[in-house]
Ligand binder design. Structure first.
Ligand code: URA
Length: 425
């Protein structure tokens, strides 16, 4: 094959044969297909799509570009979760120890935040001493001993995806469902988990703003997982409102610990337990009730061991921001909207997220909100508290929040969107 032949085939609406897919992915990873050729192909895929067999083959080729992990020697089954990214989405923090406390090992290879959605590793790094990098041997040992690991994915998993994702990012080709689905699933299948639950977000703060495209992404990923022999289901969940009451790194650790202590915001508890049930069922342990392990402190015990195993001190105080700024409720009445994208952008601008991959994040920066949609507020009461170490950031954070909050007259009916919209799989 040659690259121009493959590009022309997809440009003209044809389908890529198995051997074309295998060749182009391997040759791109080696450097024999140039970036400009792969970006032309990615654009042709964005415009003309791929069918299920093409996507499956593309995913397999990306997996074959690197190593595959193997957890078959563990004494417990494995289950993992992937979220397509949301605001205030700290669910991995309570979920991984909760599922481990129920007897299923959780190898959660996570990423860092870029843009308005936070990254799980950035959140955990707010804990003094905690480190994200583990060798494969350390990962396996911790999975056997503690049952839960949240760590950075090594460079060996799906290197083709690493290179292609960076290229898509700068060529306007991220938003192609076949490419998103194969990118996510190649990493999760190569990771070697036995069961996988996908939390596909829908709404203003999500990658997929409308339910139809979120559903298409979820169905594509579930099919890829099943084709690869991974027990895969997806929940479509609302991301028009941020999760919980905080967005930021240390702020979300604090809220997660509240959930592990048996308290915390109801929506965070609901989603954590719903995803835990799916992970346990996928791993063949659907008989275990995760709500009990959350209530009786077993999940908290695993959390403390999980943090300590990676050098963190679960008792160390979390950093607090040098400066805070309170935003008052603009009127009295019912809070009818707190926009997830506005809150996510504000947290990002306060220093919780980064603009470029290599930028540092602030452990203590972020946004706290003191009411959730559906609740009554009084004019002038604190509605949001902004946290940052750099007060010059307040102005841009406030601009991001502009138009993101609606208060309707007292007594206005509020029609809450369900958090879990559907289940696919
Ligand atoms: N996340 C990924 O890992 N890959 C994509 O293509 C999009 C989101």
């Amino acid at each position: 094959h040659d690259a121009v032949e493959v590009i022309r085939t997809k440009r003209d609406g044809g389908r890529l044969s198995d051997s074309m897919v295998d060749w182009v992915v391997a040759a791109y990873t080696r450097g024999d297909v140039a970036d400009e050729q792969m970006s032309a192909l990615a654009m042709a895929i964005l415009l003309n799509g791929m069918d299920r067999e093409e996507i499956s083959r593309w995913t397999a080729a990306m997996i074959a570009s690197g190593e595959r992990m193997d957890f078959s020697a563990l004494s417990r089954p494995t289950a993992d979760k992937h979220s397509t990214g949301g605001v205030g989405d700290k669910i991995t923090l309570p979920l991984a120890p909760l599922v481990a406390a129920c007897g299923v090992a959780v190898p959660q290879l996570s990423g860092r935040g870029l843009g308005h959605t936070g990254g799980t590793l950035d959140k955990l790094e707010a804990i003094p001493g905690w480190r994200a990098s583990l060798t494969n041997d350390e990962l396996l040992a911790q999975l056997e001993d503690v049952g839960a690991v949240v760590c950075a994915a090594g460079d060996g998993l799906a290197p083709a995806d690493k290179k292609l994702y960076a290229l898509r990012d700068v060529t306007g080709t991220v938003e192609a469902i076949p490419l998103i689905a194969s990118s996510i699933m190649s990493k999760k299948i190569a990771e070697g988990t036995g069961a996988l639950v996908l939390d596909v977000k829908v709404g203003t703060g999500a990658f997929m703003k409308d339910e139809a495209s979120a559903r298409e992404l979820a169905e594509t990923m579930v099919a890829l997982g099943q084709d690869a022999g991974v027990h895969t289901v997806a929940l479509l969940t609302d991301m028009s409102t941020p999760l919980g009451l905080t967005a930021g790194n240390g702020l979300e650790v604090r809220e997660s610990v509240e959930v592990l202590a048996g308290g915390g915001p109801a929506d965070v508890v609901e989603l954590t337990v719903a995803l835990a049930r799916e992970m346990l069922a996928g791993a063949g342990r659907g008989d275990v009730d995760p709500a009990e392990a959350l209530a009786d402190g077993r999940a908290m015990d695993v959390w403390r061991r999980m943090v300590a195993a990676q050098g963190g001190d679960p008792d160390a105080p979390l950093a607090t921001a040098r400066e805070t700024h309170v935003v008052a409720a603009p009127a009295s009445g019912v809070l009818t909207r707190l926009d997830a994208m506005a809150v996510g952008l504000a947290a990002w601008r306060l220093g919780a997220g980064r603009a470029r991959k290599e930028d540092p994040v602030q452990a203590a920066a972020g946004v706290e909100w003191h009411a959730r949609p559906g609740e009554e507020v009084t004019e002038g009461q604190p509605l949001l508290t902004l946290h940052t170490d750099e007060p010059e950031r307040f102005e841009r954070a406030l601009a991001a929040l502009d138009g993101g909050v609606d208060v309707a007259p007292s007594g206005t009916a509020y029609d809450a969107t369900p958090l879990v919209l559907d289940r696919i799989g």
